[in-house]
Design a protein around this ligand. Structure first.
Ligand code: PLP
Length: 406
């Protein structure tokens, strides 16, 4: 259509809907009430409800500043040493796959950027159905991002009746997936449900996926923030490695290093051998070159400084403990405050769920009531970010949950 002098090239562009997740935060910002709480965003907050820059990150930044480093371009695949250290965090220092050169890896623009690169690769090379199965429910941005590959399918995961894993339903759905399907898995601290399979259930899932020849895409966004221990939280990934799955792994350090805006992540893929690794990496580089040319440098330097400096690494482990203790305290505080409201509902899941979120079980109407009547903002699916709860607002949150569900 030629450009007419009287008209803009973009006059036919329709207004897009606002991002569902960000819209809630914007509504919170506009809310004139002084007593209000934003529990919608998936970010960590300290006891006073403020963002927290990890001391390990602050120290790493100071060390880096003292080094007077240049700002040259990174290679297309990113900072190799960072990628290697990132994959080691997931697979373990002693990983056989790494020793055998069977892991292709590139730096990611955090988790979503890594996922997006992988989708471009898979769109070209995956021989199975070009569609991804995600859990019901899953992280809100999964479906919009994965749609770039093809239809997004849903497998059973969370049972609202038991507020626990629907393990039988999950296995049944896996058994129905066509051979070569891709399944997205959350290895620990499932977002948004806070419900993870037990080690035994992971073993069952791994076996079922092997049997069905299903490709695991592992999205690791919360390593360490479940148990406080990086190795423990990586157990399911290591199980998949030892069971011989040829999985893809997406890692982000937005949450466990608090590097949200720095966009620090890694994409890795298990290959058959060293030579295949080279071929896969060469294609990933081509994808990256034509998407954003090469990845950003600053955040990756911070992360790698923390990974490789023993003093900073020890500090990071302490920082992770601070966050997991804070999350456990917030869960306990909320449960106690809920008990005091006289609610007849069972709120045990507030304590039993893991990670950064609590999946309250509230429906959209109840979420709306919390927001309108009490100024307490949750995601539409009833997810609340646990560290948004502070000693100062816990009673308000408990009252809102109780009143909305009476
Ligand atoms: C499961 C999961 N995957 C990926 C992401 C995206 O991470 P990032 O913002 O670091 O790209 C998130 C963020 O909340 C998440 O919860």
């Amino acid at each position: 259509m030629p450009h007419l002098a009287s008209e803009s090239w973009w006059s036919r562009v329709e207004m897009g809907p606002p991002d569902v997740m960000l819209r809630i935060g914007e509504a919170y910002d506009r809310d004139p009430r002084t007593l209000k709480v934003d529990l919608s965003a998936g970010v960590y907050r300290d006891y006073s409800g403020k963002p927290w820059v990890l001391p390990s990150v602050r120290k790493a930044e100071m060390k880096l500043a003292a080094k007077n480093l240049d700002k040259e371009y990174l290679p297309i695949a990113g900072y190799r040493d960072f990628c290697l250290n990132s994959v080691k965090l997931a697979l373990g220092e002693e990983s056989e796959l790494l020793a055998e050169g069977r892991v292709a890896m590139v730096q990611g623009v955090a988790g979503i950027g890594a996922l997006r690169v992988w989708l471009e690769f898979v769109a070209k090379y995956h021989e199975g159905p070009k569609e991804v199965w995600i859990s019901d429910p899953s992280y809100g941005n999964h479906e919009p991002v994965l749609k770039h590959l093809g239809p997004v399918k849903i497998y059973r995961y969370y049972d609202p009746k038991t507020k626990a894993l629907d393990y039988e339903g999950l296995l049944e759905d896996i058994s129905r997936m066509p051979e070569g399907s891709i399944i997205l898995l959350h290895p620990s601290s499932h977002n948004p449900s806070g419900v993870d399979p037990t080690p035994k259930q992971w073993a069952g899932i791994s076996k079922a996926l092997k049997k069905g020849k299903i490709f695991p895409l592992i999205d690791m966004a919360y390593q360490g923030l479940k148990s406080g221990d990086l190795d423990k939280d990586a157990a399911s990934v290591r199980l998949f490695a030892s069971d011989g799955h040829q999985f893809a792994l997406v890692q982000t350090y937005s949450k466990n290093l608090g590097l949200y805006g720095e966009r620090v992540g890694c994409l890795s893929m298990v290959t058959a051998n060293r030579e295949e690794t080279q071929r896969v990496e060469s294609q990933l580089r081509i994808v990256i070159r034509t998407m954003y040319s090469c990845p950003p440098l600053h955040g990756i330097r911070i992360a790698n400084e923390v990974f490789t400096d023993p003093e900073l690494k020890a500090q990071w482990l302490r920082d992770i403990k601070v966050m997991t203790d804070r999350l456990a305290d917030a869960r306990k505080g909320l449960k106690e405050a809920l008990d005091k409201t006289g609610s007849k509902l069972n709120w045990d899941h507030v304590i039993s769920q893991v990670g950064m979120f609590c999946y309250t079980g509230l429906n959209p109407e109840e979420v709306k009531r919390m927001r309108e009547d009490h100024g307490v903002y949750a995601s539409t699916d009833g997810r609340i970010s646990i560290s948004g709860i502070t000693p100062a607002n816990v009673e308000l949150v408990a009252t809102a949950l109780h009143e909305a569900t009476k």
